[in-house]
Write a protein that binds this ligand. Structure first.
Ligand code: F6P
Length: 322
């Protein structure tokens, strides 16, 4: 394999640049040329490609976002859109393509891999951590730490005013960010899409805690499929139990910033592993990390199967909700 391409797709995630850097370094060491596709799948469709040299990847390991840019590309999900993308791959004579993204990206990548002769290898990059086939995705740890910092700050003012706070975090349809940041931030409760909690149950839980002498509390709410829903929950809790509360929606702040050391390490390991996989003739897979080991998963499984929340962590959250 002499020429490979790399694309970042879907929501950007801190660590994507560290991953581009690692993959490009190792490609050069194996005598390969590396082409960066700009603006995600949209750039692949429009032929927005630039060759990466060693200077392109200098001083990017610490940068959030993605130097290549990204997009959500509905056009890529049409056969016509993919046909244009395949033309770009052919024009640049790419034999391999590394996709860094989430389950939506891999859905498109699976079809692309079946339709063209190019070997496609995926790497999990999303703050949501909702990709089957890896314990953690690139960007998750940074997002959790960002949410945690915010929770710590909110705790100061919550305590001073003796207030209840609802902090809404991202996570798409999953509660990974909420569960991890909530436990680490000492929240009394995490409202996540995987577990349904009624307003009455939540009010009872909070009333019990306040009955024991609690004067302020933080509830972490996962955005689920309705960002901003924390406002509704706060209103209902206030109407039901009379708690005065405030809401803080963290939003896209969680997607930016310098990647943590953990994310940089994961990105570097996975970037190298993707190039090695291509060199070994692998295709149609995603490379992830499970139990500290590099693991390959058929790309189709990554979006067809669902990664479950850690049951032990859910138990821990309940145990410490006091
Ligand atoms: O997938 C990452 C993510 O940040 C989700 O947590 C969130 O629901 C979504 O992207 C927001 O997408 P957009 O930036 O397109 O509004």
């Amino acid at each position: 394999m002499k020429r490979i391409g790399i694309v970042t797709s879907g929501g950007d995630a801190p660590g994507m640049n560290a991953c581009i850097r690692a993959a490009t370094h190792i490609a050069f060491k194996n005598g390969m040329e590396m082409f960066g596709i700009e603006r995600g799948f949209n750039g692949l469709i429009r032929g927005e490609v630039r060759q990466l040299d060693r200077f392109c990847i200098e001083n990017i390991i610490h940068l959030g976002g993605t130097i290549l840019g990204t997009s959500r590309s509905p056009e890529f999900y049409s056969k016509e859109g993919r046909a244009k993308a395949i033309k770009t791959l052919e024009r640049y004579q790419m034999e391999g393509l590394i996709l860094i993204g989430g389950d939506g990206t891999f859905k498109g990548g699976t079809v692309l891999s079946e339709e063209c002769g190019v070997a496609v290898v995926g790497l999990p990059g999303t703050i949501d951590n909702d990709v089957y086939g890896t314990d953690y995705t690139i960007g998750f740890d940074t997002a959790v730490n960002c949410a945690l910092q915010a929770i710590d700050r909110i705790r100061d003012t919550a305590l001073s005013h003796e207030r209840l706070f609802f902090v809404e975090v991202m996570g798409h349809h999953t509660g990974f960010i909420a569960l991890h940041s909530g436990i680490a931030g000492g929240a009394v409760c995490m409202i996540i899409p995987e577990v349904s909690v009624s307003t009455e149950e939540l009010c009872k839980e909070l009333s019990d805690l306040y009955g024991k002498g609690k004067r302020s509390a933080i509830v972490v709410v996962a955005e689920g499929d309705q960002p901003g829903d924390a406002f509704r929950i706060a209103k209902e809790v206030s109407a039901c139990a009379g708690f005065e509360s405030r809401v803080c929606v963290l939003g896209h702040i969680q997607r930016g910033g310098a990647p943590t050391a953990k994310d940089r390490l994961l990105s570097s390991r996975l970037g190298v592993a993707a190039v090695i996989a291509l060199k070994e003739g692998k295709r149609g897979i995603m490379v992830g990390e499970i139990g500290g080991k590099i693991v390959e998963t058929p790309m189709q499984d990554t979006w067809e199967k669902h990664k479950k929340l850690d049951v032990e962590l859910q138990e821990l959250a309940k145990l410490l909700a006091d």
